[in-house]
Every structure is written in structure tokens, then in C-alpha cells.
Design a protein around this ligand. Sequence first.
Ligand SMILES: Cc1ncc(COP(=O)(O)O)c(C=O)c1O
Length: 415
Amino acid sequence: MSAPLDVAAIRKDFPILDQKAGENGEHRLVYLDTASSSQKPRAVLDAMQTYYETTHANVHRGVYGIAAEATERFEAARAAAARFIGAPSPRGIVFTKNVTEAFNLVAYSWGRANLREGDAILLTEMEHHANLVPWLMLKEERGIELRYIPLTPDFQLDLTHLDQLTDGVKLVSVTAMSNVLGTLTPVRQIADAAHAAGALCMVDGAQYAPHLPTDVTALGCDFFGYTGHKLLGPTGIGVLWANEVVLDAMPAFLGGGEMIRDVRLDGWTPNEIPWRFEAGTPPIAEAIGLHAAIDYLEALGLDAVRQHELELTGYALRTLTERFGDAIVVHGPLDAAQRGGVISFALGDLHPHDISQVLDQHGVCVRAGHHCAKPLMRRLDVGATARASLYVYNDTDDVDALADALDAASQFFAF
Ligand SMILES: Cc1ncc(COP(=O)(O)O)c(C=O)c1O
């Protein structure tokens, strides 16, 4: 078990947090929008800067010193990306530009090779558009059937009819943690049901992998995607892990350099996995930044990260309900053990954008909107929510600042 997080020390590693914000710049910056994108520690910024200053060259091409070094560091990042999620080997790791591209890769390559009119795939009602629109596109193109695991009134997935829902499906694709509700998915149970039905299982780990210890073998899935910028890494890098047997049978996605073994004027032969799926110059500095982010999180210990967020989420839920009573509605489970630190809420009849704007005057950053989950907004019967999300650099002072700023918002709009 890792030591509890020392948030005061962690905050010193994040240059962006050391600035004033809000009206007249008189507040400290309280960043509560990690679910959208996390901040970056100096170790990540330095790793990318040092790479550009000392080592940059294209990878898998040059035989001179810095080119070989760049290739070595890029492939070391792949090994770290595999280790971080307990993947058996780096061969199953494909670097993409974000997790959205990872799911599009699966939909284009695996989906178009394996799905015909009438084939079904199973999703959930709480998916992010990234794990929804690629399948809706395939539905329009191929006439596939989309099914959805519904939500219970207490914001859990309703697995009562899982056997019927998985019957005859080719793929089950679920988020491991909702970016709106914070709900944690029983992935293993769903993956087992998928396999019993002869289907594959894909997991959207965008909100899960940065916050909980992750082991794709224990989760029992065949595909797992996550995105660098939500786990202290840079933008421009995502990770698709796939079972190597499944990945090796998949046709190439984008065509160009890197992804080929040979090209003639009358044809081409594909490269081995994982490079078959990495056409063109890859995000080299971003992979190196991701590696530094993974090292940083592993040094903190993912079990300590989860424990910290469990306690802080519990504190936030208690504080908000004690301070605002019936005026606040939290969209998500009220038991911190069943959820992550993503707290979507409504306050009185205030519009989420108004809430976010008043909070901004107090230096508090929260997201307002549909969170790229419009079907879920419809299911909740709201147009948008305000959402505060927590990470390793947040503490109870940040939650108190949120509650104070919400108080100010409710007084300003006098409800
Ligand atoms: C659950 C979930 N899936 C997918 C994504 C998409 O991530 P990206 O924009 O990095 O592709 C997000 C981002 O908000 C998310 O929360």
C-alpha cells in the first residue's frame, strides 16, 4: 500500500496552479475540471522540453545516434503504456491521437471487417460520444443494430437482462466510469457475459485508468482505450490496447508511411502490429510526455490516488448536501465507494453556464454543458449539468472553495 497523498507537495509540482484567478485576480486557481483534461506536472513538461532540446529526430528511420535514441524512448513509452494497464506486452499497444481515435480505429478496422447488416453491438446509456458516434456511423453505413444497457434510477447499470441483451451480439463496448455520473461499471461481469455470448468486449478507460489501478487481464476485456491528457500527460496522445490475436487479425486503418512492410506500384503489404496501425510520423514527444506522466502517477501509487479520491469525493458529497440541502441535485451515486470523483449537479434552477461563470469569478473552474453525452442528458431529462471533478492536486480546501462560490452564485441569482 502506498503512502497517503501529500497534496500540498503535489500542488508544488504543477506550475499552472501557482497563479491567481477570478475577478481582479484575487483568488487562487481552484481547478476542478480534470474530467475534461488534467493539469501537467513539471516532470511531464520537462521530459518533453528535454526531448526536443537533446534527442529529437524521427523514429524507426534514421540510424544515427539521436534517431536511435528517439526510437528507443518512443518504444520505452509504449512499454510504460502497457505496464500502466497491466497489458501482457507492448505489442498490443497502439498510439493514437486520443481515445476517440482509438475507438474509431476499432470501428473502422475491426468493425468493417467483422460486422454485417443485422449484426448487433451492445453499449450503455451512459456512453461518451466517442464510444457512440463511431457505432452510429456504422449503423448508417452497414445497418448494424445498436442495443443499450439501461440505467437504474440510482444511476447504476441495470444488468437484470444482461443475458438477453448480449444474446447474438458481436461486441459489447462500455465505459469503465461515466464522465457525467461517476458511476463505476462492473466491467468483469459484463466482459464475462460478452464472452459467454461469443462477443468481444471493449472498455472506454478514459475516466478510469487515470484514477484507479487498472489491469486489463483482470477486467477480462479485449480492447481498452485511454487518453494521455486526462492522466497528467500531454494532449495529442491516446492509447488503444487490444488482445494481440485480435489486433493481428485486423486490417490497417490509415495508410501511409510506417504502417507498411513493402510498397510496389501495384500493391503493398502491411507492417506487423502494433506499427500497422500507426501511419505517418507518430506523436513522439507526446509519447515521451505520457511516459513521464505514468512514472509520476506510479510513484504516487494508484491505490493511494484512488484512496485520496474516495475520501475527497465523500467529503464533497457531504459538504454539498449539508450546505445546499434540497436545492442541490447530484446526478450520480451518493455512495463514494460506487463512483469516481466526477460530480455533476444542478443547483436550484440556475443554468449550469451561469453557475460556471459565477464560479469563475471566484477562481473555481468547473465544466458546464452536455459533457459529450447527449443521450445521457436526455435520459436525465436535463439539457446540461455543472460538473466538478477531482484529482491528485485537489483537497478539502478546493471543495470548500467550490461550496463558497456556489453560495455566492445562489445569492447572486437569489433563488
Ligand atoms: C468517458 C470518456 N470517453 C472518451 C472521452 C474522449 O476523450 P478524448 O477527447 O481525449 O478522445 C472522454 C473525454 O471527455 C471521456 O470522458
